[in-house]
Design a protein around this ligand. Structure first.
Ligand SMILES: [Zn+2]
Length: 435
């Protein structure tokens, strides 16, 4: 079977929109009755006011800051964001808190099942099937993605191996011992496992992984292809967040990401005003409404994820809207010496053209009145001393072409830069206010 849900995945676009608007009115009505946040926020707005996609603009966006503020109220710890009686909550999750105090997310049994069903679409679209033995190389905790991956994998019928409680070497041995043939990962940890395997004298391609589903960080196509080369496997991307759930995933065509419709109503709005839907091929901010989750209603949640809007046709036959590319987080875009800079550009360059660079970090500092940007690198131990200088100058030159900025390039000793498993922090803006 090609689709997880053949009916929904091949519905004409206008039918999907129709269903989504109808679900939107329902969740709006529910949120107004059950969530303190939306009782306050949606005064004067009635479900019937929303008949077309244009009508959505009548409703203000919701952001993380508001969720935090409403969580100061009772009942602890979800406060005014809770969408049902607290006794119905069966699971606690939270955001990573990288941008401030974490947001606590309640799930009831029902909302959790809805969330897993949406995730099954992502997994199935990436070709995960019952014959896959899936290795999940993380310690599970309060973060949601592991659990989603775990339960969706079970629901799809795969055999899941929880890979927590082991170090990277232990995980590599376990993959070989149990003959795992699929994996869920972050791009960074995928690269790290490959690096560690090589150090153990094992070719990552010989681990036998056929498919890998990644998330957690924006993955440039050069990084995806690098992982595919290293493991000689198919690598897929997907995107989501703790608050809105995972809302888009890559199909086997690997040409952009499909929105998971009609589970989510996704808007891609212009960056300046966050009001107008952008056109295909343009960059916009993603605003998501999960349409079937009541424990934690979210209406028009501003994810601050930047993406390039795609079209709606795909040779896989799915009819959902697509995004062409994930650009990164709006918070990661910075002005350096007046130039708009995205750290993803550097990652793309390194993974594509400079595979000698094993790990890196970008540091921006203010020296006097000037911003200085440095790329700290760790190189492959095979690189001879005489090659280092020419590599540094090639790096400087390419960085200048790609970013319009002059970088200092430093080579650091082996193992001195931090390694990450989850959200990699390779960009450090040490200027006051980080602007
Ligand atoms: Zn497709």
């Amino acid at each position: 079977m090609k689709y997880w849900n053949p009916y929904l995945e091949t519905l004409p676009g206008e039918s999907l929109t129709h269903i989504e608007l109808s679900y939107f009115r329902k969740i709006l009505s529910y949120a107004k009755r059950h969530s303190k946040l939306y009782q306050d926020k949606l005064k004067g707005i009635e479900p019937e006011d929303i008949q077309t996609l244009q009508d959505l603009k009548k409703i203000p966006l919701t952001d993380k800051e508001e969720l935090r503020r409403y969580q100061e109220m009772e009942p602890f710890p979800y406060g005014g964001t809770l969408g049902n009686d607290i006794e119905k909550v069966t699971t606690f999750r939270q955001t990573s808190g990288t941008t401030g105090k974490p947001v606590y997310v309640p799930e009831t049994y029902e909302s959790w099942q809805w969330r897993i069903e949406a995730w099954c679409h992502i997994l199935y679209m990436a070709g995960f099937r019952p014959h896959h033995r899936v290795f999940l190389p993380f310690v599970y905790n309060v973060y949601v993605a592991f659990w989603e991956g775990h339960y969706a994998s079970e629901k799809v019928g795969c055999e899941l191996i929880p890979g927590g409680g082991l170090d990277t070497k232990g995980r590599i041995h376990k993959i070989l011992e149990i003959k795992a043939n699929a994996m869920m990962n972050t791009p960074t940890y995928g690269l790290h496992i490959a690096e560690e395997a090589k150090a153990m004298g094992i070719d990552p391609a010989s681990l036998g992984i056929e498919r890998m589903l990644c998330a957690g960080e924006p993955m440039p196509s050069a990084t995806r292809k690098r992982l595919e080369e290293l493991y000689r496997c198919h690598v897929f991307d997907h995107i989501g967040g703790t608050e809105p759930c995972a809302w888009a995933g890559m199909c086997e065509e690997k040409d952009g990401l499909h929105l998971i419709e009609p589970f989510f109503l996704v808007e891609i709005l212009d960056r300046e005003t966050v009001q107008k839907e952008v056109k295909e091929g343009e960059i916009g901010v993603v605003v998501v409404t999960p349409l079937g989750r009541r424990s934690f209603p979210l209406i028009r949640f501003n994810t601050k994820d930047l993406v390039i809007k795609g079209g709606s046709s795909c040779s896989c036959g799915r009819t959902s809207q697509k995004i062409k590319e994930v650009v990164g987080r709006a918070d990661d875009l910075r002005k350096i010496r007046g130039v708009l800079f995205s750290p993803k550009t550097v990652e793309e360059l390194i993974r594509h053209q400079f595979q000698e660079v094993i790990e890196y970090e970008i540091v921006v500092e203010r020296k006097g009145i000037m911003d200085e940007i440095t790329l700290r690198t760790e190189l492959d131990s095979q690189i001879g001393k005489d090659e280092v200088e020419s590599l540094k100058s090639r790096l400087k030159e390419s960085l200048k072409v790609k970013t319009n900025l002059s970088f200092q390039v430093k080579v650091e000793p082996q193992g001195s830069l931090p390694r990450y498993m989850l959200k990699a922090k390779r960009f450090k803006d040490l200027r006051e206010g980080g602007k």
